[in-house]
Write a protein that binds this ligand. Structure first.
Ligand code: NI
Length: 391
């Protein structure tokens, strides 16, 4: 079966590149993926895959096998980034201030490729394969929305698989783990409220800049003094705004930032401790405050049993030396995490590093590009995972 799939993909190789270049030329930002979703819909339809829109720009395809069985879902994120492309490629973005700089054009193509190849092999499938083309991964998030619209239901999904093209790993290798692979990402907003006045007479004011500065320092103690050094946790104050004249103490200061962590228990303890620290520092320095903490994306937590299954498949496809067990998960975040909260599955990184051929830029870079050789590898991994799971 494996060699048959490989042969099918080899024959489809040029079309995969064509498809990828179409999407690369027509990048669209989150929730605005109109051309993208239309093209996905049309291609799936042309391959005789059942397809429907779920939300305005989310598309779901399904292949029902010849026998009943489990349902596995493959997911591709389909949105682009607000970046001006500077690759000089002849298939560069035709849209102003939009670029597939995160490789989602590759993700779409691999998921479509898997649909095309698997549609030819329905008779070897017991169960169903869903193909989830999800909007807005880069923000405001599309996974949660599709789950609420029932993407994991009817038929109920038993396992979910997703990937991200990863320039830090060597070409055609994968990085994967049976635990957390990406971090949770939360947001906090703090307003420290004092009393403005003349910079020469601080005793008549309550200085929110002084209090907010202490707060920036003290918040770090939650990371450095209250959490184990073996836990990965980040607290970054990324915005600090206050004052607009050199000799006036302002009324208030606004601070915003993000927290990242791999241990899901921090989603409860962090906001609680942050609130206590903000309250303590502001009380001590006579300020009032407002504190808002919002959960954005949860931890992307791979299922350890599915990992064992997937590792065998991946090693068979790529060779054991190409399957790298990640020692350090990423501190970035991914809304694939919402699917993994509902059903077991795996998210993995597909390596694209190829310095010799100039593929060495990080994702989200205006010159980012990847070797199109990777498209075949992604399709092959998807197809073999599905066929093994549903055999
Ligand atoms: Ni991405």
């Amino acid at each position: 079966m494996k060699s048959l799939i490989r042969k099918d993909i080899e024959e489809f190789k040029n079309q995969l590149i064509e498809i990828r270049r179409y999407f690369h030329q027509h990048p669209e930002l989150g929730l605005k993926e109109y051309k993208t979703s239309k093209k996905i819909y049309e291609l799936l339809k042309s391959w005789d895959v059942e397809v429907e829109y779920l939300s305005e720009t989310g598309v779901v395809g399904i292949i029902k096998g010849s026998n009943p069985g489990k349902t596995i879902a493959l997911r591709a994120d389909i949105d682009a980034l607000p970046i001006e492309e500077n690759t000089g490629l002849d298939f560069s973005s035709k849209h102003d201030h939009a670029m597939h700089a995160c490789g989602h054009d590759g993700h779409i193509t691999m998921c479509l490729g898997a649909a095309k190849i698997l549609s030819k092999h329905r008779e070897d499938i017991s169960g169903n394969v869903k193909f989830i083309f999800q909007p807005a991964e880069e923000g405001p998030g599309g996974a949660k929305m599709l789950i609420e619209k029932g993407v994991l239901k009817n038929p109920d999904v038993d396992a979910v698989v997703g990937l991200h093209i990863w320039p830090e790993l060597p070409l055609n290798s994968i990085g994967v783990t049976g635990g957390p692979i990406m971090a949770a990402a939360d947001r906090f907003d703090i307003e420290v409220i004092g009393k403005g006045g003349h910079g020469a007479i601080p005793e008549l004011s309550i200085d929110p800049i002084y209090a907010a500065s202490q707060l920036v320092n003290t918040l770090q103690s939650i990371v450095s003094r209250e959490s184990s050094p073996l836990e990965s946790i980040v607290l970054s104050n990324c915005m600090f705004h206050g004052g607009d004249a050199f000799n006036i103490i302002p009324n208030s200061v606004k601070i915003s930032g993000t927290t990242r962590y791999h241990n899901p228990s921090f989603s409860k303890t962090l906001p609680k401790r942050m609130d206590e620290v903000v309250k303590g520092v502001c009380n001590t320095l006579r300020c009032n405050y407002e504190f808002k903490y919002s959960h954005w994306y949860p931890v992307t937590l791979n299922d350890s049993d599915f990992y064992k299954f997937f590792k065998v498949v991946a090693e068979d496809v790529l060779g054991t030396d190409k399957v790298i067990e990640l020692k350090n998960p990423s501190m970035g975040a991914e809304d694939f995490s919402f699917y993994l909260e509902k059903v077991p599955g795996i998210y993995f990184f597909l390596g694209t590093r190829d310095e010799e051929n100039g593929f060495d830029k990080p994702i989200h870079h205006p010159e980012y590009n990847f070797s199109e050789d990777i498209l075949k590898t992604g399709v092959e991994l998807f197809c073999n995972t599905v066929l093994k799971y549903l055999s």
